[in-house]
Design a protein around this ligand. Sequence first.
Ligand SMILES: [Zn+2]
Length: 125
Amino acid sequence: MEWLKTHRNDAILIAVLLLLGGALAVFLYATRQNGGYVSVQVDGETVMKLPLSEDTRIVLGEGGHTNTLVITDGAAQVVEAGCPDQICVNHGAIRYAGESIVCLPHRLVVSVEGGQESGIDAGTG
Ligand SMILES: [Zn+2]
């Protein structure tokens, strides 16, 4: 009977760990989705910041050198671009802080910044 008891405790321990792991994953997932901004940089300069919480469709650039940036459901994506490689379009959507879409031909960088930023940089704008 000792054997059975030990293994039952193991099973309970594993169940508890799985539950904790699941709860942690849900927690991380939920917090990662919170807020956040999309920072648009052209030629190394931040030209605009857009909140991920607001659905937007914006065309960046001019002439044939445009990138159409769409924000829906808290994710940003380049849906259309006039660049030859289309890497930015094929990248897909980004939503987490630190992720970015780069369009080398247009020197465009779209990156997600965290939602928990404390205050706005006094130096910008
Ligand atoms: Zn591109």
